[in-house]
Design a protein around this ligand. Structure first.
Ligand code: ADP
Ligand code: ZN
Length: 722
């Protein structure tokens, strides 16, 4: 049940049960003074509790388990691995409607030809006219056909359909569970390049579990590789689960899948209503959905006939849940694929250092797509030294000249600045005052169009003051945000339409698509914005990418900052030049000699990754060690440090040799949303060692006296150390 307590509770079997008790069924049980819904996660002959203290299950809600056993096993395992209450893990993983006791949303059955049926020769049915009639009916319709449709063909259709199903030509699905299959026309698959063909062959040859790292530059045809592997999985009558970092940003991807495969596809992401989520979950679990595409939580999709798991952009930090149960969908995918005995493909142009190391050590099979599919080679990257070329409103002369040159040549231009708002700082030059968030250790960002100062950490806003609150001097915006940069670009290129894409301009539903479409139709030739632009979009006519501020994050304090920075550079640079248009990338920097920039530009991401891994090894950071981060926060500082001190003392007491306890320390941004935050880091030589240590320590933490005065959480394999 969704109780925030650790552990599993024992109950006696109900007095009267119809049919077997199965793991994955929901039950109603007495709990405290009331009753709660719970999940049956296992059975045992003897409880540690005396029999008179055991209470009895009141009723069993489901005839069939709602979850396949592999999924439940994964959740039980993950609750332990992440040291999180199983009840909350189940809640996070399953549709709300199921937690509220609703049944699966099965719709009316309907029938369609299988891939085999579509390519079959109907001549084989010459002697079975009833089957032939049904076959032709199914072949003529683009969507699955209902019983009513088949009644109209012949009254004996049920037998004919059963015979066709026995041949493997027909599949049954449940119509209402999914929106109708979009009929957007077939897509002629391209002839694979030799590298792609090699990758597809290796993945398709995998029998059982194997993890592949598909390491291919942007535009090298990774998606095409997924599609070919999925094609084979479909032909074998199995399902494919495809994880993507963000669906809202990639409607093109879905279209590409639908174009290639006219089969039911279930979408699972955070934007669904409860009903839609339940239908998608049902369609995955009863096999209606042949392909399931979703974000992080789609790793919990139940699969009736699993065949393949893909995690695209596997390096993306959004695979890690950052609050509540802090799981990594990418890491769970590895566990689940092994459990299901299916291949897993992790794809990226900038693989995480964890995956690079796993490939190097031979745990993963690395498949490389070194070049783009089109004629265009890799973009040429140049640095613009901001010490030599002063920027005005963020733009230097060489960058302006390059933009003009590319526009004149008919290309499109993408300008990247990962900072929204007008200016990150509003200050008073007279007294030096900088306007800060009253609730965070952070500056307020000026949003000129809205006339607001906003804190990007706690979300608080207030109107822009007319003058300095201290000395009544005139306030001056310092630095660049996308809003200001848009203005500067509009001034420099008055006859160009500019599309700005950031969280402020794309709040309305469908707005991203409208803006991207104007770019694709070439109504706008200058495209600018934040990180959102780096997420998988294909801009075939962008020939120039300008990175306004390469120094943002160059000196970050987190051990992952270099990796993140390299990934976003390479991802954004990868938008330059696709198909037949060669590309150019310019980076504006004050530190053209910085080793990270030098290596990335002259040697590329793979070489960067090798060097960065060497540094990680020497410094003892992941993937060469395993981390767990204990965070605590409270409205005052004292209880935070008291709790963390106690936690540290316990850890030092219980820790085996080789497990380091680092801290406690205050979080890099100590005060956020009015709360003081501190943390304690555990660093272990291996996963095993950490896993052996955590349960006992966590149990002890739950007894620490100051725990009630703080909010605390444990993050196993944290991606951010704050
Ligand atoms: P990635 O996922 O690596 O960015 P895509 O699979 O999206 O790459 O491929 C990039 C572009 O190249 C797409 O427009 C795709 O249709 C095209 N493409 C992929 N493979 C081939 C191929 N073998 N021949 C021609 N074009 C291809
Ligand atoms: Zn704030």
């Amino acid at each position: 049940m969704a109780a925030p307590v650790m552990g599993v509770f024992d109950y006696l079997v109900p007095v009267a049960v119809e049919g077997p008790l199965l793991v994955g069924q929901r039950v109603r049980v007495p709990f405290g003074r009331g009753t709660r819904m719970g999940w049956l996660v296992g059975a045992k002959a003897v409880s540690e509790l005396p029999e008179q203290r055991l209470r009895r299950v009141l009723s069993v809600l489901d005839a069939q388990p709602l979850m396949p056993p592999d999924l439940l096993r994964m959740l039980v395992w993950a609750a332990r691995y992440y040291q999180h209450p199983l009840g909350e893990v189940l809640s996070a993983a399953l549709p709300k409607a199921l937690r509220e006791g609703h049944a699966l949303a099965r719709g009316e059955p309907c029938w369609a030809l299988s891939a085999e049926g579509r390519s079959a020769d109907p001549g084989a049915l010459r002697r079975a006219p009833a089957q032939l009639g049904i076959y032709l009916k199914l072949r003529a319709s683009s969507a699955p056909v209902t019983a009513a449709d088949l009644d109209a063909v012949s009254s004996g259709w049920r037998r004919a359909v059963a015979a066709l199903a026995a041949r493997g030509w027909v599949t049954v699905s449940h119509a209402a569970a999914l929106p109708p299959v979009a009929d957007i026309g077939p897509d002629e698959p391209p002839v694979l390049t030799a590298d792609q063909a090699q990758a597809v062959a290796q993945i398709n040859a995998a029998r059982g579990f194997r993890c592949f790292l598909l390491d291919g530059v942007t535009g090298s045809g990774k998606t095409e590789v997924y599609l070919r592997c999925i094609e084979q999985v479909l032909a074998a009558g199995r399902q494919s689960l495809v994880l993507v970092p963000e669906i809202g940003l990639t409607p093109q991807l879905l279209e590409r899948f639908q174009r290639r495969f006219p089969v039911p596809i279930a979408l699972l992401h955070s934007g669904l209503s409860d009903g839609e989520r339940l239908r998608a979950f049902t369609a995955a679990s009863d096999g209606t959905a042949a392909i399931i595409i979703g974000t992080r939580s789609a790793i919990f999709a139940p699969l009736l006939r699993p065949g393949l798991i893909v995690a695209d952009e596997e390096h993306d930090p959004s695979y890690k849940q950052q609050e509540g149960w802090r799981y990594s969908a990418r890491d769970l995918a590895v566990w689940r694929a092994r459990e299901l005995g299916v291949p897993l493909v992790l794809g990226s142009a900038t693989p995480s250092l964890e995956s690079v190391e796993n490939a190097r050590s031979g745990r993963y099979t690395r498949l490389v797509l070194p070049s783009r599919t089109g004629a265009a080679g890799q973009p040429r990257v140049s640095l613009i030294d901001l010490r030599q070329h002063a920027a005005r409103e963020g733009l230097t002369q060489p960058l302006l000249a390059a933009i003009r040159r590319h526009l004149d040549a008919g290309g499109q231009v993408l300008i990247y600045l990962n900072r929204r708002g007008y200016a990150p700082v509003l200050m008073c030059p007279a007294c030096g005052q900088v306007l800060e968030c009253p609730r965070c250790d952070a500056r307020m960002v000026l949003h000129q169009q809205r006339g607001q100062l906003a804190c990007h950490h706690c979300g608080s806003e207030r109107p822009v003051p007319a003058q300095c609150p201290d000395c009544a001097g005139e306030l001056k915006p310092v630095g660049q945000g996308t809003e200001r940069l848009e203005r500067a670009l509009a001034a420099a290129f008055p006859d160009q339409q500019i599309e700005r894409i950031d969280r402020d301009t794309t709040r309305r539903r469908g707005e991203i698509e409208r803006r991207l479409n104007r770019v694709r139709r070439e109504e706008a030739r200058i495209l600018m914005g934040t990180q959102m632009l780096t997420k998988g979009h294909d801009f075939p006519r962008v020939t120039l990418v300008g990175i306004i501020d390469a120094d943002q994050g160059l000196f970050g304090s987190d051990f992952r900052s270099a990796e993140r920075l390299a990934q976003s550079f390479v991802q954004v640079a990868g938008r330059a030049g696709r198909a037949e248009h060669p590309g150019e990338v310019y980076l504006q920097t004050l530190f053209p000699e910085h080793p990270l920039l030098r290596v990335l530009i002259s040697k590329g991401y793979a070489q960067f990754a090798t060097l960065a891994l060497d540094e990680r090894r020497q410094a003892g950071w992941p993937p060469f060690t395993c981390l767990a981060l204990l965070r605590a926060e409270a409205s005052e500082r004292a209880p935070v440090s008291a709790f963390l001190q106690a936690a540290a003392a316990l850890a030092r007491d219980q820790a085996p040799a080789g497990l380091n306890v680092l801290g406690p320390a205050s979080a890099p941004m100590e005060r956020r949303a009015g709360r003081y935050r501190g943390q304690l880091l555990l660093q272990a030589a291996s996963r095993r060692e950490l896993q052996l240590f955590l349960p006992g320590w966590r149990a002890a933490l739950a007894e620490v006296e100051t725990r009630r005065r703080v909010r605390w959480s444990l993050d196993v394999d944290p991606v951010d150390l704050f």
